[in-house]
Design a protein around this ligand. Structure first.
Ligand code: ATP
Length: 291
């Protein structure tokens, strides 16, 4: 095979809890992950020259060694002792540094893409074991869909997808570093923990209200305190008919869940009119990866 095309899907967290900070500095998490229909496109072409060449339409992204795409490709080529090279063309749509795991999704798509391009024959589980070395979200991104995620993000339990609905995802024009958010989180002083087990149960029952009633993200205690725009977007989305609204991951992206598409579209326009966010999507949930 000479070339392979893959889509990398963004995720949101329907719920995100931090149970404790471990002695090694990592945080023990309990999250409900969900892929959404916002994706990057990646085209992989085999080359005779060794090495990985990445072309991207976004100059703010690291173009070589530091990009998670290159790190994922290097890892697989090294593991399999492959001397051929690969050229990767990335079309970026997932907001960057937004709490939507865009880099991890690209790395996961790269692993699937090279597995196919070079006929490596890795199973999903084998790719997940390799991927966790690059990032805790990568095992989830390799599978996609709806998952309970525990540990540092590597212990995954599939859940049924939520009932169909429309989402508004809004990324305000601020940059939030994941390291800053975790560094400023006081895991031992949290007074509120979202009911992740209850949300998993509501997913099993297909009960949308039960899901949206339990949406919560303890990282808002850091990011939303620092950036009031997050609460402003959440309030606007709720006022405009969202069943509920929440920050995703370490932020600053915010999503709202709507049962009526027309309401979601009107809410997205209102976010734009009030200039609360530069990147706004009206989208839906996306199912598990086809592997
Ligand atoms: P998470 O939700 O996993 O914390 P995020 O959505 O907050 O991730 P990313 O978009 O993955 O953040 O980007 C985080 C940083 O990773 C960026 O500042 C960027 O420099 C770096 N990075 C490396 N490779 C990529 C990539 N392919 N796409 C996006 N960012 C990348």
């Amino acid at each position: 095979m000479e070339q392979v095309f893959c889509k990398a899907y963004a995720k949101i967290n329907l719920g995100l809890d931090v149970l404790r900070r471990r002695e090694d500095g990592y945080h023990e998490l309990k999250m409900i992950m969900q892929t959404v229909d916002i994706c990057d496109d990646l085209l992989f072409v085999r080359t005779d020259e060794p090495g990985i060449v990445l072309r991207t339409d976004r100059e703010e992204l690291p173009a070589a060694g530091d990009n998670l795409i290159c790190r994922a490709a290097e890892l697989l080529l090294r593991e399999r002792g492959i001397r051929d090279g690969v050229s990767v063309t990335l079309t970026k749509r997932i907001p960057i540094a937004a709490g939507m795991a865009g880099g991890s999704a690209d790395a996961a798509a790269t692993m699937h893409g090279l597995n196919e391009l070079f006929g490596m024959g890795y199973s999903l589980e084998e790719l997940q074991e390799l991927g966790v070395k690059l990032g805790a979200d990568i095992p989830y991104c390799l599978a996609g869909g709806t998952m309970l995620s525990e540990g540092i993000g590597e212990i995954l339990t599939p859940l049924p997808a939520p009932p169909d609905c429309t989402l508004v995802v809004a990324k305000p024009d601020i940059n939030v570093s994941t390291a800053f958010v975790y560094g400023n989180l006081h895991a031992d002083r949290l007074t509120y923990h979202p009911d992740i087990d209850g949300m998993a149960e509501a997913l099993r029952e297909g009960n949308l209200q039960g899901i949206t009633d339990r949406m919560g993200n303890v990282l808002e205690t850091v990011t939303a305190r620092e950036y009031p725009v997050i609460e402003q977007i959440k309030e606007l989305l709720r006022r405009r008919g969202a069943q509920n609204a929440l920050m995703s991951g370490s932020g600053p992206s915010v999503f709202g869940i709507f049962t009526q598409r027309a309401q979601a579209e009107a809410a997205a326009r209102a976010v734009a009119d009030e200039k609360l966010a530069g990147q706004i999507f009206v989208t839906t949930f996306h199912g598990a990866a086809q592997v």
